[in-house]
Write a protein that binds this ligand. Structure first.
Ligand code: IMP
Ligand code: MG
Length: 183
């Protein structure tokens, strides 16, 4: 796997290689394919971070599916949450009476997922589950249920595989973690 990445004073070191990410996504896709056998769930990706995860996840499925995306704004260009979420690009599909699976790149405080859960509950889907490639259990501030988790990770900032720092580094194939000074 590639070496560390230096961004200004910040140093990012490899956390998961492309192969580790892909292997875990294959496992998740097989589990979902079994859980949703003979159903056609709608995978609803939270832009921008989930776009790579979603595209790989659905290609490993052995069932039919539909997809849609919407976009939230919460972080701006910072590494810490602003504590506010707003919808800045709406969903197009009808979710009423459908099985929906919300696809996130990473759950940090849980604020986004809490907002999404409340928003979608109003739309009366048949079932609603959440999948997140990464979860930071140590950062959770809201009570949320993540049904499928790729990896639990430490409470540190990560980039790559869809996840950005100031909109960059989403195109890295692996996942990198901020190496705090003094560690
Ligand atoms: P939450 O609402 O605090 O759970 O934050 C969720 C969103 O913040 C994720 O969907 C990401 O887009 C972004 N985010 C949280 N942690 C990180 C990180 O370590 N790197 C990049 N983006 C992150
Ligand atoms: Mg996200």
């Amino acid at each position: 796997m590639s070496e560390k990445i230096t961004i200004g004073k910040d140093e990012f070191v490899p956390l998961f290689s492309e192969e580790q990410v892909q292997n875990r996504i294959k496992e998740l896709a097989l589990q979902i394919s079994a859980d949703y056998k003979s159903k056609v769930p709608i995978f609803i990706g939270v832009l921008n971070g989930s776009f790579l995860f979603m595209s790989d996840l659905i290609r490993y499925l052995t069932i039919n599916c539909e997809i849609d995306f919407f976009k939230l704004s919460s972080y701006g260009d910072e590494k810490i949450s602003s504590g506010k979420v707003k919808m800045i690009k709406e969903l197009n599909c009808e979710v009423n009476d459908r099985d929906i699976i919300i696809v996130e790149d990473i759950v940090d405080t849980g604020l986004s997922i809490k907002y999404i859960e409340e928003l979608f509950a109003e739309k009366k889907p048949e079932t609603m589950k959440v999948i997140s490639l990464l979860v930071k259990p140590g950062s959770l501030k809201y009570e949320v249920k993540i049904d499928y988790i790729g990896f639990n990770i430490p409470d540190k900032f990560v980039i790559g595989y869809g996840m950005d720092y100031a909109q960059k580094y989403r195109n890295l194939r692996g996942i990198y973690v901020l190496n705090d000074k003094g560690e």
